[in-house]
Design a protein around this ligand. Structure first.
Ligand SMILES: [Zn+2]
Ligand SMILES: [Zn+2]
Length: 369
């Protein structure tokens, strides 16, 4: 219920009576560059459960084997591949980067079948997905409102500052240590300002505190700043690290302020003034990684689908409930036999199997040598 305060409305409806939901969306690629497959999860922000998922694959093993046979001259070129559940649902020639926007469109278009629509979309700062939804969703469907993820915003800011730090000394004198401090200051500043429910105008007005803090100027700093805390307690404050100086480092001050200007504007702060996050989506991505490791290619068969579906089942229902239900189903039982043993048992067994190194006492050492 706390999230009702985010935009004042708890339940919203569209013209057809579908309920508007708030959900986070994030894509996970099996390989970093030019991935053969990608998985997107739609995670509800109130239920914290996976509401929908989309798996794109650029290959199908049966189709591939068929092509190989034709090339080897084992069968005629006219012969068609046997009817099968083809896993290739994304063109191999298309870029894997485009999967994210396509998956978002597919998920959103299917939502009205379950009497809901996506009212609030929590997403990273990727513009392609939102513009695709705006342009290609059916005209009668309401467009989702963007809620940017705060962690992604901090990461984007860090990327910009580290870009300066990695540039040559002629371009910028900013170092990696400055970049790390600035990124941390940025995260603290927006976190404290937004959680402290400060006015939007005030957040924008005091934005240079992020840079000034490194120059030992704390007039705009938030209450989390150790200098502000020391002042409140009438104590002296001496910074742990050598502060920068305005006269010696004016070029660094100006270039850092320019980056802060682009990241702290009224519009950009409005986008992150909420309590939603894509953290759960990222946790799911990590789970996908453990069940479908990046070094192995599972997407050309049903294997990736089974692994992802099993993971969603465990996440939504809990381990015991999911497996007590699915044990009657021989297909799921066979494919997920690795997961059949509860994790605790597996952990204990593993510990028993491990030979504990024996500690040799000082007395024994003396006897030995
Ligand atoms: Zn196929
Ligand atoms: Zn400060």
């Amino acid at each position: 219920m706390t999230r009702a305060s985010d935009d004042g409305e708890l339940v919203v409806y569209d013209d057809r009576g579908n309920i508007g939901i708030a959900a986070a969306m994030d894509m996970h690629w099996q390989i970093r560059k030019d991935s053969p497959s990608g998985v997107t999860y739609l995670v509800g922000q109130l239920s914290k459960k996976v509401l929908s998922r989309c798996i794109y694959s650029r290959s199908c093993r049966l189709c591939f084997e068929h092509q190989k046979k034709i090339q080897a001259g084992k069968i005629n070129a006219e012969e068609e591949v046997t009817t099968h559940d083809c896993k290739m649902n994304y063109l191999p020639s298309s870029s894997s980067k485009g999967m994210e926007a396509n998956a978002a469109l597919e998920i959103c278009s299917k939502l009205p079948e379950t009497s809901c629509y996506l009212a609030k979309l929590v997403i990273d700062d990727d513009t392609a997905t939102l513009s695709k939804l705006r342009e290609e969703l059916p005209t009668w469907m309401k467009r989702p409102v963007k809620y940017a993820d705060r962690n992604h915003r901090v990461r984007g800011f860090g990327h910009q500052v580290y870009g300066l730090a990695n540039a040559t000394a002629k371009v910028s004198r900013t170092t990696k240590s400055h970049a790390a401090r600035l990124k941390r200051n940025f995260a603290y500043y927006i976190g404290e300002m937004i959680n402290g429910q400060h006015e939007l105008q005030e957040i924008v007005r005091r934005r240079y505190a992020i840079v000034k803090h490194m120059f030992n100027e704390h007039d705009d700093c938030t209450t989390g700043c150790p200098a502000v805390q020391a002042k409140a307690q009438n104590k002296n404050y001496s910074p742990k690290k050598q502060p920068l100086r305005r006269d010696h480092h004016c070029d660094i001050y100006e270039e850092l302020c320019r980056i802060v200007d682009t990241y702290i504007t009224e519009q950009r702060i409005t986008e992150i003034m909420h309590s939603y996050s894509t953290q759960l989506s990222e946790a799911l991505n990590q789970s996908t990684c453990s069940r479908a490791p990046k070094g192995i290619h599972y997407s050309s068969s049903t294997s990736l689908h089974d692994r992802v579906n099993t993971m969603i089942g465990i996440h939504n229902d809990g381990f015991e409930r999911f497996f007590s239900r699915s044990l009657g189903n021989p297909t799921i039982h066979r494919r997920s036999c690795v997961l059949e043993i509860p994790p605790a048992t597996r952990y204990e067994e593993r510990n028993q199997m491990m030979v504990q190194p024996k500690r040799i006492s000082e007395a024994e050492k003396k006897n030995k040598w």
